[in-house]
Design a protein around this ligand. Structure first.
Ligand SMILES: NC(=O)c1ccc[n+]([C@@H]2O[C@H](COP(=O)([O-])OP(=O)(O)OC[C@H]3O[C@@H](n4cnc5c(N)ncnc54)[C@H](O)[C@@H]3O)[C@@H](O)[C@H]2O)c1
Length: 259
């Protein structure tokens, strides 16, 4: 019997936003390919999702690993309907004068090169059927200036730019390309920054008009919408999902608790 379930590949699907997104697509009838550099976690998550899904160990910054991962997807699932470029790492929050080329390069490799490589390989599979959707994960860091986070901001701004160029290039082959730009999300990545003293959560809450961090599921819902038929005429957009962070341009606290 032919399985007509749509297929999504999600990078960094082992934790945080990627894992919430994997669960969202699975609930909506997708077969999920969970790509992650952490093989044990991805395989545990795949077991949690149940039958019909697959985990693939892949460092998105390595061309040979990305090629092999998409070959496996094409072989195992017979096609690809959606790609979510989500894998990412935090930056070290150092003054520019202390930043090294190695660390700068690694952030660009994972976020920017990873998004490029996975999109290129997904395009090759999607173009066969002349249809598909790619959603990239940018950040408020790619829209505004976050001091000490040069590489991360540059990578996320690059992802927003590449989203637009790929959207225009691939519209004629039926592939839509969009991005979400999340604000601060309560995931392991942010908890680590908090424990290292780089993030002061109560202070952040005051800077966010909605007065709280996002839940991973809220980012997953926006990603799912952009992949869905409800967004059939949307391509090349970068959707802020930030509780109002980038809308705020006034002095002082953005969050004013109701009286
Ligand atoms: N958490 C936030 O506040 C926030 C805000 C804006 C954007 N983002 C972006 O959202 C994405 C997910 O962030 P998160 O907070 O869920 O992170 P997370 O640390 O909770 O999860 C990231 C996942 O990516 C995997 N990963 C890391 N490097 C990889 C690589 N080279 N190849 C494949 N997989 C790799 C990790 O193993 C992990 O499973 C990232 O791109 C991040 O920059 C996060």
């Amino acid at each position: 019997m032919v399985d007509h379930k749509p297929v999504v590949a999600i990078t960094g699907a082992g934790d945080g936003i990627g894992w919430a997104t994997a669960q969202m697509f699975a609930r909506n009838g997708y077969r999920v390919a969970l790509l992650d550099v952490d093989a044990d976690r991805a395989s545990q998550r795949t077991r949690e999702l149940g039958e019909g899904h697959a985990d693939i160990r892949c460092d998105v910054s390595k061309e040979t690993e990305v090629r092999a991962a998409f070959d496996t997807i094409a072989e195992q699932f017979g096609g690809l309907d959606a790609l979510i470029n989500n894998a990412g790492i935090g930056s070290p929050h150092l003054p520019t004068s202390e930043q090294t080329v190695e660390s700068f390069g690694r952030i660009l490799d994972v976020h920017l090169t990873g998004t490029f490589l996975c999109s290129r390989e997904a395009h090759a599979v999607m173009a066969i059927r002349q249809s598909g959707s790619i959603v990239n994960v940018s950040s408020i860091a790619g829209i505004t200036g976050l001091p000490r986070r040069n590489a991360y901001g540059a990578a996320k701004a690059g992802i927003a730019s590449m989203t637009k160029s790929m959207a225009c290039e691939w519209a004629s082959v039926g592939i839509r390309v969009n991005a979400v730009a999340p604000g601060y999300v309560a995931t392991a990545l942010v908890k680590k920054l908090e424990s290292e003293g780089f993030v002061d959560t109560p202070r952040l809450h005051r800077r966010i008009p909605m007065g709280r961090l996002a839940r991973p599921e809220e980012i997953a819902a926006a990603i799912y919408f952009l992949s869905s038929s409800g967004a059939s005429y949307i391509t090349g957009t970068v959707l802020s999902v930030d509780g109002g962070w980038t809308a705020f341009g006034d002095a002082g606290d953005a969050h004013v608790p109701a009286a």
